[in-house]
Design a protein around this ligand. Structure first.
Ligand SMILES: Cc1ncc(COP(=O)(O)O)c(C=O)c1O
Length: 397
């Protein structure tokens, strides 16, 4: 068969691939500890699930307007007001099938062949794939580990060209857990102001920041970028609704309406039932979000402590999201359990096959010297995983 060159060459999401292999081993009775996933381990809170059931029972099972039900768009606009003091009308917001879909809609609306989109290393796996899918070119800007993997203004400036159509920023960051302060965002905004690039501000982990850090929103700290920034958030992480597929975005109304037209021709509306559940999430008890945040903060601190005690491993401090991104370069070029470990993929594979710990190779995020570990299991299991990792690495020759 012949496929379109753009889509035929798109790789499957590597994070999903590792997760599938871990599940396969588990189903064979192997004691796998899965630290590869990008979703909270806790179930969707009950009041949210109940709102979904109620929507079905009340017959809210038909198409909705393509950009989502007005109540949810208005509630998200209100949320942006309460969180950041931003004023958006419902027509400046759009509900999509997950934040992943929101981002794809923005990219589809603004970037095409011949355009460049700036992606910050280490990047979430889907950014470069989505940029390629719309025919544009991802320009990956490398950040420095010593700078906490945060993009510096000079690094951003040197990546800009007259072909730059969009810049994707992500805080708290997947895979590093880095969180940009308001000042750091302001410094980047000064550079962005010199361009006319659309900014995709992916804040899907906004509710998960640690050590007293507060999430900063780009439009709130740099209002002058409002007319070309799309804020992307969603229900997946804060409300433990990964499977419900609801993404929420806000931006300039002209761009939002192009996204809505595109969505009307591709997916129609996002799942009706999920929209009502998400409405319950936004209007309901928020204490659950804070409880989960505290739980992740504790786990992150503990795993960081354990990984930092492994000889040769260095690990960034967890600032947000639920990922650690330790540097494993001391073990590359060695051999473990008779296998050559030449890169992060080899190490992730040995770790899974020999120690039954599933992680994601850093190369999937554009950095071959690291592994990504999600702390989405309880602390005793994290401790067990760290023990297994330590033992395995001790066998490196
Ligand atoms: C940085 C980042 N952005 C966006 C998403 C997409 O989330 P969803 O499509 O589930 O809303 C994810 C999910 O892992 C993510 O890590």
């Amino acid at each position: 068969m012949r496929f379109s060159p753009r889509i035929g060459s798109i790789p499957a999401s590597p994070t999903h691939a590792v997760g599938a292999r871990a599940k396969e081993l588990k189903s064979k009775g192997e004691p796998v500890i899965d630290l590869s996933l990008g979703e909270p381990d806790l179930p969707t809170p009950e009041h949210i699930a109940r709102a979904g059931v109620q929507a079905i029972q009340e017959g809210k099972t038909r198409y909705t307007p393509a950009p989502g039900i007005l109540g949810l768009r208005a509630e998200f606009a209100g949320w942006l007001g309460r969180e950041y003091g931003l004023e958006y009308r419902p027509s400046g917001t759009i509900v999509s099938c997950g934040a992943k879909h929101s981002i794809f809609n923005v990219l589809s609306a603004v970037a095409a062949e011949g355009d460049e989109v700036i992606v910050v290393h280490p990047y979430w796996v889907s950014y470069p794939a989505q940029v390629a899918a719309v025919g544009a070119q991802a320009v990956v800007v490398r950040t420095r580990e010593e700078a906490g993997f945060k993009l510096a203004p000079d690094e951003l400036r040197s990546a800009l060209t007259e072909r730059t159509r969009a810049v994707i920023l992500n805080t708290p960051c997947n895979p590093t857990g880095a969180v940009y302060s308001a000042d750091e965002l302001r410094a980047l905004a000064e550079v962005l102001r010199e361009t006319d690039a659309t900014v995709i501000f992916d804040e899907i982990y906004s509710k998960l920041t640690f050590g007293g850090r507060k999430h900063a929103n780009l439009v709130a700290v740099a209002p002058e970028l409002r007319d070309r920034t799309v804020i992307v958030n969603g229900a997946s992480k804060a409300y433990r609704m990964t499977g419900w597929r609801i993404g929420l975005a806000a931006g300039p109304e002209e761009l939002i309406s192009v996204m809505a037209r595109f969505q009307s021709q591709t997916t129609s509306n996002p799942c009706t039932i999920s929209q009502y559940a998400c409405l319950a999430a936004l209007t309901g008890d928020q204490a659950l979000v804070e409880e989960m945040r505290q739980r992740f903060e504790e786990r992150g601190r503990r795993l960081h402590q354990l990984l930092s005690a492994i000889p040769g491993l260095t690990c960034n401090v967890p600032e947000g999201a639920f990922y650690l991104f330790p540097n494993v370069s001391a073990y590359l070029g060695k051999s473990i359990a008779g296998r050559a470990v030449d890169g992060s993929l080899d190490l992730a594979e040995v770790l899974l096959e020999e120690a039954k710990v599933a992680t994601v190779a850093g190369v999937a995020f554009g950095d071959d010297e690291h592994l990504r570990l999600s702390y989405v299991v309880d602390t005793p299991l994290l401790e067990e995983a760290a023990d297994r990792l330590k033992e395995l690495l001790a066998r490196a020759t």
